[in-house]
Design a protein around this ligand. Sequence first.
Ligand SMILES: Cc1cc2nc3c(=O)[nH]c(=O)nc-3n(C[C@H](O)[C@H](O)[C@H](O)COP(=O)(O)O)c2cc1C
Length: 336
Amino acid sequence: MGPEFAASFSIGALGLSNGTVLAPLAGITNLPMRLLAKEGGAGLVCSEMVSANGLVHGSVKTAAMLRSAPAEQPLSIQIFGADPSVIADAARMVAAAGADVLDINFGCSVRKVVKTGAGVDLMRDPRRAEAVLKAVRRAVSIPLTVKMRSGWTASGEQALEIAAIAEACGVDAVAVHPRTAGQGFSGRADWSLIGRIRERVRIPVIGNGDIAAPADAVRMRQETGCAAVMIGRAAIGNPWIFGQIEALWTTGTFREVSLAERRLAMHRYAKATVAEYGETAGCRLLRGRLGWFVRGLRHGSRFREAIKRLEREAEALAVIDDFFASPAASEQAPRD
Ligand SMILES: Cc1cc2nc3c(=O)[nH]c(=O)nc-3n(C[C@H](O)[C@H](O)[C@H](O)COP(=O)(O)O)c2cc1C
């Protein structure tokens, strides 16, 4: 721990304010979530994975996933696909939409994706992986990253090979979630592979997997020498983790978020969700999402019950205010 971790972090020509990155999370890291992560101190935020096929075939729903706002930038957009020319065309669309970074998904292990040859399937086909990365590199000049798993075996050999291929193809950084395709999210991420990949390539390595609290990010960087850390699940409902990690790196300590800050962030999230999806669809989403922000707080289940039938933005804001105004609020334990 200490100021050495404050050193700036760059992906290609793009300098970032710090080495913390919001992981791409399908169904979660939409614009409202990314805005909060950015306010919380993230150096870089990532979109949900976007289908290259969907973009190229003109899906309106897929195209909407490229929407951004200046306040969240720099933004990384992640695409998934298997066909080099389709991915290259999608990459051009992502660059044209104004993304600061393009990320290619080499990690998704969901059957629906793998059976099309995309996601982690690319890790067992180095030639196709290379064709994809060459095609994308020719197509766009914005900083390019690859997010991968360990591969299909625990040895990590496939990840080492794919990282070297990525570097040779002109990829600017790799993010590594060191679990195998078969592991899904079970077991533990094998951080030692992050360190081995860092030794193999000169491009920055972004470490990912099982950072649950700021101290874990310090430990990951110490143990692996990674240039930056990427946080997924621990950032859901907890966008402050990025600033806390940065504070811990630079000052050796960090501050817990106050209830007042939590309440205001929830307001902003509710408003941004309604602005993005409209009141009806936005409130429907909030019914399942606002609860993320009170996890670990006393009476959280009462709050989740109260938002089950949200219809209006004003109602969402009032329920949030009620929760924090209750006499019990002052004794609410901070999340662990
Ligand atoms: C709900 C959920 C959705 C995810 N969606 C994506 C995705 O779209 N693209 C991707 O590369 N990884 C995705 N991941 C994997 C995460 O980016 C990350 O690699 C993984 O959760 C490990 O990091 P963590 O321990 O900090 O959560 C997803 C994970 C979860 C839990």
